[in-house]
Ligand binder design. Structure first.
Ligand code: G4P
Length: 534
């Protein structure tokens, strides 16, 4: 029998948690499905299949997802593979929801970026990737759809390096990228992995090991392709980046894998490399102190709150990432922000619309808990009153603002409740303008689609029709000043003062250069781009 300590250490060691990002349609869902095929999915209830169905047809909790073919929400999946427990955090593919992606990345230790070989680095990949880089976590790249004609692989490498500003190291190299795909040469194992067409997911890849010059490879792919492969590998070896595991772990070098998720080609080698190259959950910082995941005491933080995920369960769920200790069903925890003791009822793990009850969970795992309105994004939960508080989750500066009001003034109460809840979820940010003489509500968002979500959800979940009036402001800065006085604050023509939902003063303005002017005119005032909620 293992002691509790041994078990905990072992559970931490075998866990890997990653977020998966991509431009919509690059193949995130398909890759996730195939990864699950290799593992005995532990808590897999409906999972990806239902997300796919949700995307394409059937009723979903948010019609917008269906109409626009985008995923607004994230889901969490877990599976086991060769004694590893892998947690996958799905992220919304659209850049307008990159704030949600950022919060999800706070809960991940690694990121996987899926790129369509024919499209290369797309606009939304770029924005999501920048969010990834802010976390300095290892980023693995899967270049998908190699069964079809795609861009030249060197061109793809260059796009990754230039557009995303990260060095790339191809772990394998494709042969026949003009639609005549033969497979990949695995540079690490010196073997040719052969593409045999569409298995649609079941078969293992067959591989031939040998030196690249071997005749067997020439017979396999023909003289011309073989010659080309030899030249390209030589070029990569001589002029390409050097393999450096430490730099991969720091997020400075991305290992690149070519494959085809749909035909299940290259997915298993990708998974195996991923497990080999990544590390288990790392310590997390609380007030300058590092909390080891192996520590006995349970600690976690809330990174996402989602209301009304499923119309059948009209409730609110807080997602937490476990950082240390063991979680067990029915346990009570302290909420660090206010020292409240809370019993965690109905702990669940989420798979698109399905839920399963969790009996126990370990560092690296994500669970959803019922939230009766107690939690905020960034909250720390601990087993005992431990004086631990994980670093807050930054709030992104919105780039679009609208004045929002209910069409029917009699519905103001529901309206306030709705926007309050959506703000607590981090779906929108609320600002109240100061010195305007009337009580108004401004909503700020990072991406315009969030306004659609706001309108849709207020109508469908709170039964409130709203009118929105677009405002000219494009930026917000949080004002830091010991002696801030709204009445004595000197503004420019294009700016106004407001307070955010947490009572912090902010400046809303139209032009970039306003910041300097305002700081100049108000001595001692510092304007911040990002606010940490706690
Ligand atoms: P996403 O989650 O990133 O949005 O992408 P998703 O996996 O849903 O894939 C988008 C489309 O690309 C799907 O086609 C999917 O079948 C296809 N696809 C994914 N991987 C590959 C691949 O390796 N090769 C090829 N040729 N296609 C791939 P769809 O027509 O939109 O959906 P479906 O009818 O196939 O379900």
């Amino acid at each position: 029998m293992k002691t509790d300590d041994e078990k905990r250490i072992n559970e931490v060691k075998r866990r890997r948690t990653f977020a998966i990002i991509s431009h919509p349609d690059a193949g995130k869902t398909t890759l996730t499905e195939k990864l699950l095929l290799f593992g005995g999915a532990i808590r897999l209830a409906g999972s990806v299949k239902s997300r796919r169905a949700q995307k394409h047809a059937v009723s979903d909790w948010m019609e917008i997802e269906k109409q626009r073919g985008i995923s607004v929400t994230s889901s969490v999946l877990q599976f086991e593979y060769e004694n590893h427990v892998v947690n996958i955090l799905d992220t919304p593919g659209h850049q307008d929801f990159s704030e949600d992606t950022y919060r999800t990345l706070m809960a991940a230790d690694n990121a996987v970026m899926v790129i369509d070989c024919a499209k290369g680095v797309e606009a939304q990949t770029k924005k999501l990737f920048q969010v990834c880089k802010m976390r300095n976590i290892p980023i693995f790249t899967f270049i998908n759809k190699m069964d079809r004609a795609g861009k030249d692989p060197f061109e793809l490498m260059e796009e990754i390096e230039k557009i995303l500003d990260i060095e790339a190291y191809p772990m394998n190299w494709p042969v026949g990228t003009d639609g005549n795909f033969k497979g990949v040469y695995n540079r690490v194992k010196s073997q040719m992995e052969i593409f045999e067409g569409g298995h649609h997911g079941q078969a293992k890849t067959s591989a031939i090991t040998g030196k690249i010059e071997d005749k067997v490879f020439e017979d396999l792919m023909g003289e011309q392709l073989h010659q080309q492969l030899m030249e390209e590998i030589e070029l990569l070896d001589e002029a390409g980046n050097e393999y450096d595991h430490k730099r991969i772990l720091k997020g400075e070098l991305t290992p690149v894998f070519f494959g085809s998720a749909m035909t299940n080609f290259g997915v298993q080698p990708f998974l195996e490399s991923f497990l080999e190259l990544t590390l288990p959950p790392a310590p997390r910082i609380s007030k300058e102190e590092e909390i080891e995941p192996e520590r006995k005491d349970f600690t976690a933080f809330i990174f996402k709150i989602q209301a009304n995920m499923n119309p059948a369960h009209r409730d609110r769920i807080a997602f937490m990432r476990i950082c240390s200790g063991k979680f067990h069903k029915g346990m009570s925890v302290y909420l660090s922000r206010n020292q409240k003791k809370i019993k965690l009822a109905q702990p669940q793990q989420f798979f698109a619309q399905d839920r399963a009850t969790v009996e126990e969970a370990w560092p690296g795992d994500i669970i959803g808990i019922h939230d009766p309105g107690l939690f905020q994004i960034g909250d720390t939960l601990t087993e005992k009153d431990l004086n631990i508080e994980y670093k807050g989750i930054p709030v992104f500066p919105p780039e679009h603002f609208s004045r929002v009001a209910p069409v029917d003034t009699m519905k103001r109460k529901q309206f306030i409740k709705g926007i309050q809840q959506l703000s607590e979820e981090g779906a929108i940010q609320i600002f109240k303008p100061l010195n305007t003489g009337i009580e108004e509500i401004f909503v700020g968002v990072v991406g315009n689609l969030q306004f659609e979500v706001l309108e849709y959800r207020l109508t469908n979940e709170y039964n409130v029709q709203i009118k929105m009036h677009s405002l000219p402001y494009r930026h917000v800065r949080w004002i830091e000043s010991e002696k801030f006085e709204a009445d004595n604050f000197s503004l420019t023509m294009d700016s106004i003062l407001a307070i955010d939902d947490f009572g912090a003063p902010v400046l809303l303005y139209q032009n970039e250069w306003t910041v300097e002017k305002v700081e100049d005119r108000n001595k001692g005032v510092v304007l911040h781009t990002i606010s940490e909620r706690n």
